[in-house]
Design a protein around this ligand. Structure first.
Ligand code: ZN
Length: 190
């Protein structure tokens, strides 16, 4: 696991951390690890995820290794603003399923002095950057790219290979239709 090690923790200001990678790279696991540590530090934490993602359980963020934390399901980034007033640390999972308003919302919250930790898929199944992740990566102070292991050759993998043919950008709750692949072994099914 990649360690999040800023040279020093910012004081009297907010900031944005982005955890980006393909499926099965441990993004949610890393998000949960950081949020658990914030809770141990007795910081008021809030966790959000988009309503589109109903796998495993409706109100928790759950990693593939089955760690979980309770979260608030929201329809839009604006709802995150409404629920975050008293939060000091805000986690957002599956950020690629939100629209581009998420960028402004995260900037607003960070400007209020809050720590924002965002996890999401940085590319879709074709390897195309998945909005709003590119924009979030651009405005973040801290970026972690999580790599998976290519199931074909064992190299570090940053692509999500779709194993079935579909032109939909998102197949919700179909994680068994995907696997991690490296650049060399990834292809677009058609
Ligand atoms: Zn490979």
């Amino acid at each position: 696991m990649i360690e999040f090690t800023p040279h020093s923790t910012p004081k009297n200001t907010g900031w944005i951390e982005v955890i980006a990678g393909c499926m099965f790279s441990g993004k949610t696991e890393e998000l949960i690890r950081r949020l658990r540590r914030a809770k141990i530090a007795r910081l008021n934490t809030k966790i959000f995820k988009p309503k589109i993602d109903n796998r495993y359980s409706s109100n928790d963020i759950v990693s593939h290794s089955e760690q979980s934390l309770p979260s608030i399901l929201v329809d839009s980034p604006q709802e995150i603003l409404l629920f975050s007033e008293d939060a000091q640390v805000i986690g957002i999972d599956e950020a690629q399923f939100f629209n581009n308003e998420l960028v402004e919302v995260c900037n607003t919250l960070a400007n209020q002095g809050k720590r924002i930790i965002i996890a999401g898929l940085d590319q879709d199944y074709r390897g195309i950057p998945f909005e709003p992740m590119p924009q979030l990566l651009a405005v973040a102070e801290y970026i972690t790219k999580t790599l998976a292991i290519c199931v074909v050759c064992g190299n570090p993998a940053d692509k999500t290979q779709r194993k079935i043919v579909s032109t939909e950008r998102v197949l919700v709750g179909a994680s068994d239709s995907y696997e991690a692949r490296c650049r060399k072994c990834h292809y677009i099914p058609e």
